[in-house]
Design a protein around this ligand. Structure first.
Ligand code: SF4
Length: 145
């Protein structure tokens, strides 16, 4: 029994189902029951490759651990001091091709940048938008100025 979604690129993609380590969800992947070759089409553009990608994605889309698998695949790992995708160049994992996974990581990075910028702008604008929190000046009789 093989588990895809855990590998060193360029080698056989799979580990024993007895070796799922800290990710027990991986033992529930539907890819365990498929030929691992299904998930490694030869390219992503020929009609044959596109048909194979579609078949692999169909397996993933029916998989009960698709969400866990997707976050696992899109979470960066460190290699030689650099953050990178687990499988950046090949394979259909979590119903995504390698190109789709790279694009999704870029999209999430852009979204995080925009959110951080908006939060920073909101923090700068916030004090002037809350006049009720400004200290109230009053005279000796306690009357607000
Ligand atoms: S989503 Fe696809 S690659 Fe991930 S565990 Fe399920 S079948 Fe395997």
């Amino acid at each position: 029994m093989l588990i895809l979604s855990c590998s060193d690129p360029g080698r056989a993609y799979g580990v024993s189902s007895d070796d799922v380590g800290p990710d027990p969800w991986r033992s529930q992947g539907l890819c365990l029951d498929e030929d691992p070759e299904l998930f490694f089409p030869d390219g992503e553009s020929s009609p044959e490759a596109l048909a194979q990608v579609a078949m692999a994605k169909a397996v993933c889309e029916a998989c009960p651990v698709l969400a866990e698998c997707r976050e696992y695949e899109l979470a960066p790992v460190e290699l030689r001091g650099k953050a990178r995708l687990r499988n950046p160049d090949a394979g259909v994992f979590a119903a995504m091709t390698a190109a789709e996974r790279r694009a999704e990581v870029r999209r999430r990075a852009r979204l995080a940048e925009v959110q951080a910028r908006l939060q920073a702008e909101a923090a700068v604008e916030a004090p002037s938008e809350r006049p009720s929190e400004q200290p109230v000046q009053s005279d000796a009789a306690g009357v607000a100025a």
